[in-house]
Design a protein around this ligand. Structure first.
Ligand SMILES: Nc1ncnc2c1ncn2[C@@H]1O[C@H](COP(=O)(O)OP(=O)(O)O)[C@@H](O)[C@H]1O
Ligand SMILES: [Mg+2]
Length: 139
């Protein structure tokens, strides 16, 4: 639980130290629940000092930090076939880290080892941010 947006930035900064190349992150949560703010924190933690914004209209932002971070937003574009055409499978590569806002709209494209993080708007300045159990079962 974070009490204000600065705490969400700090949590993101801390989280960045656990991220590894090849990871895919699915960020799930309603509008203004803090997904982009958390990513700003991650990028701060990776010492990336250029602007970080939700690619709501551009769909994909690429940040060339100590890792290559692919920041995807599928709020407006939630058609899996269209995302395949946009190169989603090429982004999910061992050399990148992929972070997808509104990833619940694209479940069919997510690898089995995707790390799911849920964001919840609690009140004006507090947000609940937690790791979800992997929804997929392995046989
Ligand atoms: N604890 C908090 N964590 C993150 N954002 C917060 C918090 N409290 C208030 N906010 C505000 O909520 C909004 C979150 O927006 P954003 O991170 O873009 O959400 P999303 O990407 O989930 O739509 C921002 O305007 C931010 O200032
Ligand atoms: Mg956002």
């Amino acid at each position: 639980m974070t009490q204000n947006f600065q705490e969400t930035i700090q949590l993101g900064e801390h989280f960045a130290s656990f991220m590894e190349k090849g990871d895919v992150y699915a960020f799930v949560g309603e509008l203004a629940s803090g997904k982009t703010t958390f990513i700003k924190g991650i990028m701060k933690g990776l010492n990336f000092d250029k602007p970080v914004t939700s690619p709501t209209f551009t769909l994909v932002n690429e940040y060339d930090a100590i890792y290559s971070i692919i920041h995807i937003d599928c709020y407006r574009e939630n058609n899996p076939e269209r995302w395949i055409k946009l190169g989603m499978n090429d982004y999910m590569d061992e050399k990148n880290i992929v972070i997808i806002e509104w990833a619940d709209k694209l479940k069919s494209l997510l690898p089995v080892d995707t790390i799911h993080i849920q964001f919840r708007h609690k009140d004006i300045t507090s947000r609940e941010i937690f790791l979800l159990n992997n929804e997929y079962t392995c046989n």
